[in-house]
Design a protein around this ligand. Structure first.
Ligand SMILES: Nc1ncnc2c1ncn2[C@@H]1O[C@H](COP(=O)(O)OP(=O)(O)O)[C@@H](O)[C@H]1O
Ligand SMILES: O=C(CO)[C@@H](O)[C@H](O)COP(=O)(O)O
Length: 515
C-alpha cells in the first residue's frame, strides 16, 4: 500500500491530501472552511472576533468537528483503508488545555458519537488562544525578567518572549485562573492535540512546532527548565514529550477505523506546525530555497545551514521537521489586510487584481503601511493603516491606488524585515491562499528582484505532512518525493518587470512612516 495522508489544520480551514507514492500522483483532496461549514462556532475567519485586550481565541471543538467533516468528505474520493501512513500540521502557537480525564476519554472514544461531544468535558479552558493573540505583553516581560532578559530567552528558545507564543499564553491562563490551570493535566499545541486524537493516545510535540512556545531549548531540543519555571508552576509535568519530526507517534485509533474505514494499525507520524510542514511540501527542507507563504498570516521562511537568530528580535528559529533548523518571519497583516482593502471598496478578487493594471509600479509615490491590527514584524501597535501620498489617496478615494499600495507596502515590509536572514534568492517560492494571485506575485518579484514560482500542488502544508508520513512509514525518501510532487506549476514563473532600485524611494518612504 502506498497512500499517504497529510492533514493541515490552519487558521481558516482544515484540509487534506492523499498521495499515491508509487504512482506518483494525488489521489484525493478535501477542505473544510471553518467559517463557511461550521457557522455555529461564530468564527467567520476561524477565530472568535472582537476578543478583549488583544485576545484572539478559537473553539477547539470546531477543529474536531472540522476533522470529522474532512475525513467524511475525503472518504468520498478515496478508499481510506488504502492509507498506509498519516501525518499532519496545525497552525502554530495555538494551545489546548485538558484535564485528567483526557487520556481515558481518548482511549475510550465511541464511534457512535462525535469527537467534540466526547472530548469537550476534558477542556479546562473552553477556548484556545491562537497565533493572532496579542494579550500577553505583561507575561512576556515577566518571563524575560525571570530568565535574565530577552537576550537569554532568545538564546535559549530561538525567539525573544513573544505575545502569541504558547509559554506567555500559558502564563496568562495561570495568572487569570489558577484553579483551572491547576486542573490542567495536559497542554497541547493544535498540532499535537489533533495528532493525539487520531492516535487515541497522548502524542509528542515535534521540535518544529515546539520551538514556537518560548519553552523549548533550541540547543538541546528539550524543554528548558529555566523557561518552564519562569512561565508557570509545575509546567513540565503538563507538557507532552518533545520529539523530532521523524518520530512515529502511534497508530490510528479504533474510532477512525470504525467510523471512516481506515486500516487498523495505520502509523501516524508526529504532527508539526503549518510553516515547518510547508517547508517540506515546498521542497525546501534543505537550505537554499526561500518560501513566502501568503496564508492568513504572511510568512517568510527557509531551512538554515546553522541556527541564526534575528538581531532585531522579530524573527524566529524553529526546528526543521527533517532535521536541523529553519528561520521564519511572520506578518500578522497578511491576507486579512488585503481582504480589508478589497472589502472597503466592495471589490471581488478579479477587481482587486485588475487594480494593478490600472496603476504603475511605485504607485506615483503613494505609500501605505497596511496594518489593520498590531503588527509583529516590525512590532508596532496600529489599528488602521498609515497612508502617505496625494490627498485623494490619503482619504481612501482611489481604490486602485489603495490596493496597489497595500500589496507594495506588504512586500516592502517583508523584504525589510527579512534582511537579517541574509538571503538574496534568485527564485522565491510562493504558497498559501493568496499565492494564486498573479498580481500579488508580480509585486513580490519586483520588490525582491527575483523570479517567483508556485508549485503545481498548491496545498504545501498538507503535502509536506503526507511526504513526512511517507518518508517515515513507507520507506520513501523526501528527496525522491520532492522530485515527483514539488515541481513548479508549468508556466508559473513570474520574472521582475521593475528595474533594480525601482522600489528604493518607496521603501525609504515606508520606513519613514514607521519611524
Ligand atoms: N484570488 C485571491 N487573491 C488574493 N488572495 C486570495 C485569493 N483567494 C483567496 N485568497 C486569500 O487566501 C486566504 C486563505 O489562505 P489560506 O492559505 O487558505 O489560509 P490558512 O492556511 O491560514 O487558513 C484568504 O484569507 C484570502 O484572503
Ligand atoms: O504565527 C505564525 C507563525 O509563527 C502563523 O504563520 C501561524 O502558523 C498561522 O498560519 P496560517 O494559518 O496563516 O498559515
Amino acid at each position: 500500500m502506498s497512500y499517504a495522508l497529510g492533514i493541515d489544520s490552519s487558521t481558516q480551514s482544515c484540509s487534506a491530501i492523499v498521495i499515491d507514492t508509487e504512482a506518483g500522483k494525488i489521489v484525493a483532496e478535501a477542505s473544510v472552511n471553518f467559517g463557511e461549514h461550521l457557522p455555529q462556532y461564530q468564527a467567520p475567519q476561524g477565530f472568535i472576533p472582537d476578543g478583549p485586550d488583544g485576545e484572539v481565541h478559537s473553539d477547539p471543538r470546531m477543529w474536531l468537528d472540522a476533522l470529522e467533516m474532512l475525513l467524511e468528505a475525503l472518504g468520498k474520493h478515496c478508499d481510506l483503508s488504502k492509507v498506509a501512513a498519516i501525518s499532519g500540521a496545525g497552525q502554530q502557537h495555538g494551545s489546548v488545555y485538558l484535564n485528567e480525564n483526557w487520556l481515558d476519554a481518548l482511549a475510550s472514544l465511541s464511534s457512535e458519537d462525535s469527537l467534540s461531544s466526547q472530548l469537550e468535558r476534558c477542556l479546562t479552558r473552553k477556548t484556545s488562544p491562537i497565533w493572532m493573540d496579542s494579550s500577553t505583553g505583561e507575561e512576556c516581560a515577566e518571563i524575560a525578567a525571570a530568565v535574565g532578559g530577552n537576550d537569554q530567552v532568545c538564546a535559549k528558545s530561538g525567539s525573544i518572549a513573544i505575545e502569541r507564543f504558547t509559554g506567555p499564553q500559558i502564563r496568562r491562563f495561570y495568572k487569570q485562573d489558577a484553579e483551572a490551570y491547576a486542573a490542567t493535566a495536559r497542554i497541547h499545541l493544535v498540532s499535537s492535540f489533533l495528532c493525539s486524537v487520531l492516535c487515541g493516545a497522548d502524542a509528542p510535540i515535534d521540535t518544529g512546532d515546539g520551538a514556537g512556545m518560548n519553552l523549548l531549548n533550541i540547543q538541546s531540543w528539550s524543554w528548558d527548565e529555566d523557561l518552564l519555571e519562569a512561565t508557570a508552576p509545575n509546567l513540565g509535568g503538563k507538557l507532552p514529550a518533545v520529539q523530532p519530526g521523524t518520530t512515529v507517534a502511534g497508530q490510528i485509533a479504533p474510532y477512525f477505523v470504525k467510523k471512516f474505514g481506515f486500516a487498523a494499525e495505520t502509523p501516524i507520524t508526529v504532527f508539526t506546525g503549518d510553516n515547518p510542514s510547508s517547508l517540506v511540501g515546498m521542497g525546501a527542507s534543505k537550505p537554499g530555497k526561500l518560501v513566502i507563504s501568503l496564508g492568513t498570516s504572511d510568512t517568510f521562511f527557509a531551512a538554515m545551514p546553522e541556527v541564526v537568530a534575528d538581531p532585531n528580535g522579530c524573527g524566529h528559529v524553529f526546528g526543521n521537521p527533517t532535521g536541523g533548523s529553519m528561520s521564519l518571519q511572520c506578518f500578522v497583516n497578511g491576507s486579512l489586510a488585503r481582504e480589508e482593502v478589497k472589502d472597503k471598496f466592495n471589490y471581488d478578487w478579479d477587481q482587486f487584481t485588475a487594480a494593478f493594471t490600472k496603476t504603475p509600479i511605485g504607485n506615483h509615490g503613494n505609500v501605505m503601511v497596511p496594518f489593520f491590527r498590531s503588527e509583529i514584524s516590525p512590532r508596532i501597535d496600529l489599528d488602521a493603516p498609515i497612508l502617505q501620498g496625494t490627498e485623494a489617496f490619503q482619504n481612501w478615494e482611489e481604490p486602485d491606488a489603495a490596493i496597489r499600495a497595500c500589496v507594495e507596502g506588504q512586500a516592502i515590509n517583508i523584504k525589510l524585515c527579512s534582511d537579517w536572514m541574509q538571503l538574496s534568492p534568485e527564485v522565491i517560492y510562493l504558497t498559501g491562499g493568496a499565492s494564486r494571485n498573479d498580481a500579488i506575485a508580480q509585486v513580490i518579484a519586483d520588490v525582491f528582484q527575483a523570479n517567483v514560482q508556485r508549485l503545481a500542488v498548491s496545498g504545501s502544508v498538507g503535502l509536506g505532512a503526507a511526504m513526512r508520513a511517507a518518508d517515515n512509514s513507507l520507506s520513501c525518501r523526501i528527496s525522491d518525493l520532492e522530485n515527483i510532487f514539488c515541481q513548479p506549476e508549468p508556466g508559473s514563473t513570474i520574472a521582475p518587470q521593475a528595474d533594480a532600485g525601482a522600489y528604493d524611494s518607496l521603501a525609504s518612504a515606508f520606513s519613514a512612516c514607521l519611524a
